[in-house]
Design a protein around this ligand. Structure first.
Ligand code: ZN
Length: 420
C-alpha cells in the first residue's frame, strides 16, 4: 500500500484541540498514524512531504453546495444554460472547489436533476477532478412557493421533473412528495432539497412565510430515510424550522427567524441535525453587489439587512448552544463567486462570535460528519479518510489565507495528492 508522510508540520487535527508540531502518515486512502513532536521521526514512506513551518489541517466541506451555479446574476440563469453546457459548468465548479481546499461538497440542490449526480459519478470514477460529492436534488417546492415560476398563461411548466427548463419541481400533498422524492433518489441524488419557507427573492412568499406543510415534509423525510438518503431544508421562517425539526430533517439551511421555543428545539436536536446559516450571499448582496449591477438600495428593499441581523442573533445563540454549524452556501452568483467559499470562516468569526479555531472545526469536523454517517471524515486521526490541506501560513492568525489557493501547498483527497 502506498505510504505518504507529511513531516514536521503544525497539525490542526480538527478535533478542537490545540495545534501541535508532528508527523502524519497516510497509507492508501486513510491516515495510519499521527505522532507528536519527534515521535514520528522514524516513520518511513514512499513519498515524504516536508511540512516544516506549514499548517496541516483537514480538507474543508462546503455545506450548502450548488455545483451547477456559476457566475449567475438572477434565478433565470438557473434555467438558461442548455443541459450539455450546464454539465460542463458543473464539472468546472467541482474542480474550482477542490482547487480552493474543499475536499467535500455537501449538495444543497442543483439547477437540473442530474447535474450533481453525473459529476459525482465522474469524480468517483476518477475521470474528473472534484471533491467528494453528496449530490443534491432539484429544489422541491409547492404551488406558489419559492421557485414556482410557472403561471397559467406561461408555457414554462414547473410540474415536470423531466423538463430541464425548470429550476424547481412543484408538488402539492404528501403523495406527490412521495413520488418525486423516490424519483430523485432513483435518478441518483443523495440529498433531497425542500423549500419549506419563502425567500426575499420571491416577493409573494417572503422569508417569514411558511409554504410547505408539515405533512409534506414528513413524507419527504420518511421516503428519503427509507432509502438511506438525507433531507435538506430551506427554512427561514420560525414555523418552517420548527416543522422541519418535528419531521426529522437532516440539514437546516438559513434559519434566521427564530424564537425561544425554536432555539430550544434546535438545541434538543443538536446531535442529529446540522445547520448551515449561509449568510455569505446576503453579506455580499448588501456590501459588494454594486459593481455587479445590484445596488445596495435593491438589497435593502429586499429586507436583507434585517435578515442578516436576525441571522446574527440566531446563530450566535446556536453557537453557544453547541449546534453543529457548517460553513458555505449559495456561492455561484457574480458577487459571491465559486472558489471564495472559505470567506464563510470570517463571517463565522465576525457575525457569530466563533474563534478562528472553532470556525475551522465547523468547516472540517462538522462537514465530515454531515458527509459521512460512518464518522470517518473531517479530522486528522488514525483511521480517518485522508483528506487534508497543507497551508503556507497560519489560518488561525488570518483566516483569509484559506481563500487564496496559492497558499495551499498541498491538497490531498482520499490519500491522493491532487495535481494543481
Ligand atoms: Zn441555496
Amino acid at each position: 500500500m502506498k505510504k505518504t508522510l507529511i513531516s514536521n508540520a503544525t497539525i490542526f487535527d480538527g478535533t478542537g484541540g490545540k495545534p501541535f508540531v508532528g508527523h502524519l502518515l497516510v497509507e492508501g486512502n486513510r491516515i495510519s498514524s499521527v505522532k507528536r513532536g519527534k515521535a514520528g521521526a522514524s516513520l518511513v514512506a514512499d513519498t515524504t512531504i516536508d511540512g516544516t513551518g506549514k499548517f496541516l489541517m483537514p480538507g474543508m466541506t462546503e455545506g450548502h453546495a450548488h455545483l451547477s451555479f456559476d457566475g449567475f446574476t438572477c434565478t433565470e440563469n438557473l434555467i438558461s444554460p442548455p443541459p450539455e453546457e450546464h454539465a460542463f459548468l458543473t464539472a468546472r465548479v467541482a474542480k474550482t472547489l477542490l482547487d480552493h481546499g474543499f475536499t467535500s461538497a455537501y449538495g444543497a440542490s442543483e439547477a437540473k436533476l442530474r447535474l450533481g449526480v453525473a459529476v459525482r459519478n465522474e469524480v468517483d470514477a476518477g475521470r474528473l477532478p472534484g471533491p467528494r460529492i453528496r449530490a443534491g436534488s432539484l429544489e422541491i417546492t409547492v404551488s406558489g412557493g419559492l421557485g414556482d415560476e410557472s403561471r397559467l398563461h406561461n408555457p414554462r411548466n414547473c410540474s415536470s421533473l423531466s423538463n430541464s427548463t425548470s429550476p424547481s419541481i412543484v408538488i402539492d400533498g404528501p403523495e406527490e412528495m412521495r413520488k418525486v422524492v423516490r424519483i430523485c433518489i432513483r435518478e441518483g441524488c443523495d440529498n433531497i432539497k425542500l423549500d419549506v419557507s419563502g425567500d426575499p427573492f420571491y416577493p409573494a412568499t417572503p422569508a417569514d412565510c411558511t409554504t410547505m406543510s408539515l405533512e409534506e415534509i414528513r413524507m419527504a423525510v420518511q421516503t428519503a430515510h427509507a432509502f438511506g438518503k438525507k433531507v435538506n431544508v430551506h427554512a427561514r421562517s420560525i414555523s418552517s424550522v420548527q416543522n422541519s425539526l418535528i419531521a426529522g430533517v437532516d440539514m437546516i439551511y438559513h434559519a434566521e427567524l427564530t424564537d425561544e421555543k425554536t432555539l430550544d428545539m434546535l438545541e434538543q436536536a443538536r446531535d442529529r441535525v446540522f445547520v448551515a446559516p449561509s449568510v455569505g450571499l446576503f453579506h455580499t448582496m448588501l456590501h459588494e453587489g454594486e459593481p455587479h449591477g445590484l445596488p445596495r438600495a435593491v438589497a435593502e428593499g429586499m429586507g436583507i439587512p434585517a435578515l442578516i441581523e436576525a441571522s446574527v442573533k440566531t446563530h450566535t445563540e446556536l453557537r453557544k448552544r453547541g449546534i453543529r454549524h457548517l460553513i458555505g452556501g449559495d456561492y455561484g452568483f457574480t458577487w459571491n463567486m465559486q472558489g471564495t467559499n472559505a470567506r464563510d470562516l470570517e463571517y463565522f468569526v465576525d457575525y457569530y462570535g466563533y474563534s478562528p479555531a472553532e470556525a475551522l472545526v465547523c468547516a472540517t469536523r462538522n462537514g465530515g460528519l454531515a458527509m459521512r454517517a460512518e464518522g470517518d471524515l473531517g479530522t486528522l486521526r488514525a483511521g480517518m479518510l485522508a483528506d487534508m490541506l497543507l497551508v503556507d501560513g497560519d489560518p488561525l492568525k488570518d483566516l483569509s489565507i484559506l481563500t487564496d489557493r496559492n497558499r495551499l501547498a498541498m491538497i490531498m483527497k482520499d490519500g491522493e495528492i491532487q495535481p494543481r
